[in-house]
Write a protein that binds this ligand. Sequence first.
Ligand SMILES: C=CC1=C(C)c2cc3[nH]c(cc4nc(cc5[nH]c(cc1n2)c(C)c5CCC(=O)O)C(CCC(=O)O)=C4C)c(C)c3C=C
Ligand SMILES: [Fe+2]
Ligand SMILES: [Fe+2]
Length: 379
Amino acid sequence: MLAGRMAGAQPRRLGILMMNMGGPKTQEDVAPFLSNIFRDTDIIKLPLQGVLGQLIARRRVDKVRRQYMQIGGGSPIEKWTRLQGDGMVRALDRASPATGPHRYYVGFRYTRPSMEHAVAAMLRDGIEHAVAFTQYQQFSGATTGSNLNELFRVQQRLDPGGRLRWSFIDRWGTHPGLVGAFADRVEAQVARLAEGVRGTTPILFSAHSLPLSTVDRGDPYVAEVGGTVAYVVAELRRRGVANPYRLTWQSAVGPVRWLGPQTDAAIKKYGAAGYTSLIVVPIAFTSDHIETLFELDIECREVAHAAGITQFLRAEALNAHPPFIDALAALVKEHIDAGFPTSTQLLLPDPGAESRDTLQTRQWIADQARRLAGDSGGQ
Ligand SMILES: C=CC1=C(C)c2cc3[nH]c(cc4nc(cc5[nH]c(cc1n2)c(C)c5CCC(=O)O)C(CCC(=O)O)=C4C)c(C)c3C=C
Ligand SMILES: [Fe+2]
Ligand SMILES: [Fe+2]
């Protein structure tokens, strides 16, 4: 592991950048949000991207606006990110006063507050060491990879001389704090089941799907989601919950082939097979958003009821669950205490075809790791 061991040389001012995709806060935000997603070749590659991408985005606007209307008008992602960030820095100030006071910044890829806004604020505040902390627990080039590419472009524009030192928390899908928090959420739903079906009700872990072409070029997301599921299942077994389980995929959009089986199709099949209860667990995102509040709670619930599943339960998103907030703080503290290591996976590019942007970003990340190692005497 190429790590910057900062023995006795803690940074004077630390800023934590919470990176995520963002979501439309208002009805007006929906069109630019979709337009930004379909412009991004890291999330989806389309023939004639500029034309087809914008066409798909425009065609989705009305439907997606209606969906956000049904969940209160917009995405709650910023609200949850701020509650998580507030809790995280409070816990860090308590656990690690030497590196405090801790500050966090929110950088979204497709909506405000943008990555540019966050990095500008860090520079203004005199931050010296920035921790880019992805809020996607499992790594995908479509999500964290896209965020890092955007961060690289932004820092080149705003900080070409490299005043900020950067380190990265790029994946944490098997962190014990995260795993325990997910297990809490599942256990709470198991407890609601009627006694007769408590041990036999299927648990369906559901993650956002990926285009098959992304899976095929070695994107680590699918394996990492599987890792989270395996750890959560092991923790549930330890707690005496031994229900059957499966991993399925939701939210395919656009005219490409996507990884299956799809969550709604699986629900239908379990209904047809005679199950009358089911627990669905959103496993690839930490807070509520359109995929939980609309797709799972409204669309999939209808599918379940039509298929004869009368008790359709959804594990609550982690949101502001205190053990989850503690996990966020623990992840940052462990990163600080270990001397800001860069994960070996981030330093070794995915073997599949990668964009020039990604290769340049990985080079910048490796440079930052070397720079931190140099700070501490070249270990
Ligand atoms: C276009 C391709 C898309 C890929 C690939 C993709 C991967 C992906 N997405 C998430 C998490 C979320 N996506 C959300 C919304 C959303 N995603 C896409 C497209 C792709 N996502 C679109 C077009 C949208 C907008 C809604 C829609 O049109 O259906 C959200 C919700 C945001 C919110 O409401 O706050 C999340 C969360 C992951 C984890 C992922 C793959 C790794
Ligand atoms: Fe998505
Ligand atoms: Fe969706």
